[in-house]
Design a protein around this ligand. Structure first.
Ligand SMILES: [Zn+2]
Length: 593
């Protein structure tokens, strides 16, 4: 994909209202020229999160996160840089320009954008047809009968396709699309006799399927009439829509999934909708029983774990076990044991309060997938004969051997010994052997999806210590009083700083004291974070030449402390250093008085 020009990225930042964007995640209060609030990246009771609406920067003085509005959307909404830029451009009406791209790719992209727009229009039409048309009363009755409210249906843009043969075709043509385009969007089919086209979805409830950014990719459609076959029709597989890559409801679930780190995976459209209505806002559907490697990859970008709440029949169980192979280490997969014959929509929306509670309880009690696997094997095994128990042992050993060493694993081995009436020592020996041999029966090794990089591991924000705060505080004063600051910066050395990162911020400021943020590479997240910190601190906190001198002495003393520690570690008596330290302590005391 072609990159956006630097100019258009700048325009996106310019047009974005950072206070509005961040307010969706934490309450901000105006304080002087700033806004402050509780940090949306770490837990805290008193606000140390600060937003500068003019510079369009945010920063947390507690955990050190910081950046611009694009960075915020990347971090908080789980989007890659280009997607974050596009999302903000859409929201604030900025036209993005791309670096020159090859004409064929450009044409393809434009064509795709046209088709997406056509799908969007059509989704709007279906939704208004469901809401208003007398002919859609059967669809409305059905959805109401499933306990789904008009509000939640509108949130998902659920619609209804009329029973006519060419309504969507004609509307599309009237909006300026060619028949070929309407066909490419998957909305019409060519008639058998070769002449003419007709609407693909007729007399059906339609569910717009969107990508994580909320762009319509296609539709799923459920039959409305009793004898209508097949019961479900989807958009054709193609460039826009691919069932394997789709997670229904991801665009609405994403913020909640990012926040909680957990996704709830259900089977069907109405399951997702019923979950959301019941307040389980992290639900997505895989549209079938088997989760695909592509879906696991997509989920692992937002979540650490996924709870599978799928059908409890044999096919459903097997599908969940296959997920073990595709899930790998990217995503912790857990299984909620569902009451047989009921789907989440029945339990949540249609049922009474008790069945909704049973559903929530099943989610809370979800088992790790390997544990579920072992339980399934034991449940299915013939434990009445020694040979049956031997076979079962072979099978469960392969699963347990692939698990990481843990208390769960220990407990599971004890349980297996108990249920197979075997010596715990035997089970444990067999598991150790199998783990060493890589599992002789082909244990489900966690093979990540082909060629895909591991999910990004982010270092959790940590609080700055007092020395780091002092270092950054001094740098901030240098920015605020640049005349004195330049002189102080020149007296400092790398050894005055406790971490390479703060030393890098010092080195940057020596050369960029006038305008610290200009020319700062945004992909250098660490330097960007610290310089942002310093810049925002400079506006926030008072500075004076005296305070700068005091901080300088404190940094100097910390440096001497480091030198004393090194000398002592080498067995050298640090007498001279101790004298220097005492002298500094005295000067610090004097300048404080
Ligand atoms: Zn924070």
């Amino acid at each position: 994909m072609a990159l956006f020009t630097a100019g258009s990225v700048e325009r996106v930042k310019e047009a974005s209202d950072i206070v509005e964007v961040i307010s969706a995640h934490t309450d901000l209060r105006r304080s002087g020229v700033r806004y402050t609030g509780l940090c949306p990246f770490h837990d805290e009771r008193s606000p140390s999160f600060s937003v500068d609406p003019t510079e369009k920067l945010y920063h947390c003085f507690g955990c050190g996160v910081g950046g611009d509005v694009i960075k915020f959307v990347e971090e908080k909404e789980g989007l890659a840089f280009p997607d974050a830029v596009e999302a903000l451009a859409d929201r604030y009406g900025v036209e993005l320009e791309r670096e020159e791209e090859d004409p064929r790719a450009e044409q393809k992209r434009r064509q795709r954008a046209r088709l997406t727009e056509l799908l969007e229009r059509t989704a709007g039409f279906y939704a208004s047809f469901l809401r208003d048309a007398p002919q859609a009363s059967r669809a409305r009755d059905y959805l109401q009968g499933r306990g789904l409210s008009a509000e939640v249906l509108a949130e998902f843009g659920v619609g209804c396709a009329p029973g006519t043969w060419d309504t969507v075709l004609v509307r599309g043509q009237r909006a300026g699309y060619s028949v070929e385009e309407i066909q490419a969007a998957g909305l019409v089919l060519k008639s058998q006799k070769g002449k003419g086209h007709y609407d693909r979805f007729r007399s059906r409830i339609v569910f717009p399927i969107r990508d994580a950014r909320g762009r319509v990719q296609g539709f799923g459609a459920r039959a409305l009439l009793p004898d209508q076959k097949p019961k479900y029709v989807n958009s054709p597989e193609g460039e826009l829509y691919s069932k394997r890559r789709t997670l229904y409801g991801i665009e609405l679930a994403r913020p909640e999934v990012v926040k909680s780190g957990r996704a709830l995976v259900v089977e069907g459209y109405t399951d997702v909708i019923a979950c959301r209505q019941a307040g389980l806002r992290e639900a997505v559907a895989i549209m079938g029983t088997a989760i695909t490697p592509e879906q696991v990859k997509l989920l692992s970008a937002y979540a650490e774990e996924a709870v599978l709440a799928l059908d409890a029949d044999r096919a459903g169980r097997e599908a969940m076990l296959r997920a073990e192979a595709v899930g790998g280490k990217r995503l912790r997969l857990r299984v909620a044991r569902m009451p047989a014959g009921k789907d989440p929509a029945d339990l949540l929306a249609g049922g009474d309060g008790a069945s909704a509670n049973a559903f929530r309880a099943a989610i809370d009690a979800a088992e790790d997938l390997p544990v579920f696997h072992v339980h399934t094997l034991l449940d299915d095994a013939d434990l009445s004969s020694p040979s049956g128990r031997d076979r079962a042992l072979d099978e469960v050993v392969a699963v347990i051997a692939a698990m990481a060493d843990s208390i769960t694993r220990e407990e599971l081995m004890r349980e297996v010994a108990d249920r197979l009436d075997a010596d715990p020592g035997l089970v444990s020996r067999r598991v150790t052997e199998a783990a060493r041999g890589g599992g002789r029966r082909g244990a489900p090794e966690s093979t990540p999806a082909e060629g895909s990089p591991p999910a990004t591991e982010r270092e959790p924000p940590r609080a700055l210590n007092s020395r780091e705060r002092r270092e950054l505080g001094l740098l901030a004063m240098c920015v605020k009083l640049p005349d004195e600051g330049a002189e102080v910066l020149a007296r400092l050395t790398e050894a005055h700083f406790s971490r390479p990162a703060t030393a890098r911020a010092w080195a940057w400021l020596r050369d960029h004291l006038e305008d610290p943020l200009a020319g700062l590479a945004r992909d250098d997240a660490e330097l960007f974070g610290y310089v942002t910190d310093v810049k925002l601190r400079a506006d926030e906190e008072p500075a004076s030449p005296e305070a700068m001198e005091l901080s300088f002495l404190e940094l100097e003393r910390a440096k001497v402390d480091d030198e004393i520690a090194v000398a002592e570690a080498n067995g050298a008596p640090p007498v001279e250093l101790q004298r220097r330290r005492a002298e500094l302590t005295e000067r610090i005391a004097r300048s404080q008085s």
